[in-house]
Design a binder for this molecule. Structure first.
Ligand code: AMP
Ligand code: MG
Length: 422
């Protein structure tokens, strides 16, 4: 077997594991055990960007409030317009945006009107200025116009009484603008969930220190920081804890006392220095600790003194895969978000994929469009759970179902683009 082959196929012959929980079932159990944080804040619009709305916004009035013009042109009465030939109308006034015309429109008359200007009383239609000829204080207008054209009706955007922003929505730039258009200056949002996290492992050293034999830099706290920050939670980095039962117990208690959720990485497997699960059993409760996913089989979930507890594996890619697939949906629910859409699309794989039945695989890939305009995905060469560079190069997960074996080049596979994640 070549070295290449070993890299491309990092796991052993153990993909089927009867005590591992199905990945979808694990997610369902985690979500069932999670409820949104209580506690809200009332914030000025700008501060509410990216926060989760806790109380709906209901329109107090129609937007637009009055009929107005969608074009620069001439306000007319549809009844005046000729069915064929041309007609002359007298220009009697002008309506500017913010400065309406002073008089109503009578038969045979027109009012010059600008985009956004209120439609004068008596008018029901706007003819674009490009479609008329001006002759002094009169316009010549032809046939072929439609009654009501180029007019924005009251309530066309938002109707009075309509729920324009539902609770559970993450507030976007459009939402801030929509609230402003309704004269809503403050929004009620959920408080941010507090998430405490730490790394476990005697081999881990902080960035900036000098490594001794067998030591490595702790990268998981940085990826976790990044994922949690993007998610908009309040994160508390509690550093590194060694593979020591007493130190772990103290760190667990400290983390749970200050957070709604606790995340650890490492020490959750079945090695001799893996104490995460035992500590959770001793201090809290374990709902499950093995999930049939790859990477990421050892994944402990439970409760710790009122906080949700996620014991992620130590391998850097496993941390990210388990976070995105299981932890992020739970934290989103904790934050008060309604079930967010997870975008999965079909793409044609440009190369074959190695896969053993027994677990759901989350392989890393890059998306592109082929010359035929089809979405295609190129799996990255190194799929080992320690190869963090694959996560950095990737822009999607290639999701291969539990029962799937090897996949041939050209087959359609499920792909989850990273843009749907944060
Ligand atoms: P463990 O789950 O503790 O057995 O760790 C599995 C692998 O992930 C080992 O190679 C660890 O050295 C590595 N690892 C654990 N924690 C971290 C971390 N915070 N940063 C980088 N690698 C880690
Ligand atoms: Mg370890």
């Amino acid at each position: 077997m070549s070295a290449d082959h070993i890299e491309a196929c990092p796991s052993c012959d153990d993909d089927f594991d009867p005590i591992s929980l199905d990945c979808a079932e694990a997610l369902a159990r985690v979500l069932a055990a999670t409820s949104p944080v209580t506690g809200t804040q009332t914030l000025p619009l700008r501060d509410a960007l990216d926060r989760v709305l806790a109380a709906p916004v209901v329109a107090g009035f129609d937007v637009p409030g009055e009929a107005n013009s969608a074009m620069d042109g001439y306000a007319v009465r549809a009844a005046d317009l000729p069915a064929d030939g041309t007609l002359r109308l007298q220009i009697v006034d002008t309506s500017f945006a913010g400065r309406p015309a002073m008089r109503a429109l009578g038969p045979g008359e027109t009012i010059r009107i600008m985009t956004g200007a209120v439609l004068p009383a008596g008018a029901d239609t706007v003819v674009m200025q490009e479609h008329v000829t001006v002759e002094g204080d009169r316009i010549v207008v032809g046939s072929g116009h439609r009654a009501g054209q180029n007019v924005r009706l009251p309530g066309e955007d938002v109707r009075r009484g309509a729920t324009v922003l539902a609770a559970g929505k993450r507030l976007t730039p459009a939402d801030l603008g929509l609230a402003a258009s309704l004269n809503v200056a403050e929004l009620v949002v959920h408080r941010r969930p507090r998430v405490a996290f730490f790394s476990t492992g005697d081999e881990l050293k902080p960035v900036g220190s000098t490594l001794g034999p067998g030591e490595i830099y702790d990268s998981n706290r940085y990826t976790l920081f990044g994922m949690l920050t993007r998610l908009g939670v309040e994160c508390q980095d509690l550093g590194v804890v060694g593979d020591d039962r007493a130190a772990l117990a103290a760190a667990f208690a400290e983390a749970a006392s200050r957070a709604d959720a606790v995340i650890t990485s490492g020490g959750v497997s079945v090695g001799e220095a893996d104490y995460t699960r035992d500590t959770l059993v001793a201090l809290g409760s374990v709902a499950f600790w093995r999930v049939a996913m790859k990477p990421g089989r050892p994944l402990a979930f439970g409760h710790l003194n009122g906080a949700l507890f996620f014991g992620l594996p130590g391998n850097p890619v496993s941390v990210m895969a388990t976070f995105y697939q299981i932890v992020q949906p739970a934290l989103e629910k904790l934050a008060g978000l309604g079930a967010p859409a997870r975008v999965v699309v079909k793409a044609r794989t440009t190369t074959g994929l190695r896969k053993r039945p027994g677990r759901v695989d989350f392989q890393r890939g890059r998306l592109a469009t082929n010359p035929q305009g089809e979405l295609c995905v190129t799996p990255l060469g190194k799929q080992g759970s320690g190869v963090l560079s694959s996560m950095s190069e990737a822009d999607c997960f290639v999701i291969l179902p539990m029962t799937s074996g090897d996949v041939a080049a050209g087959e359609l596979v499920d792909v989850q683009p990273f843009f749907g994640l944060v």
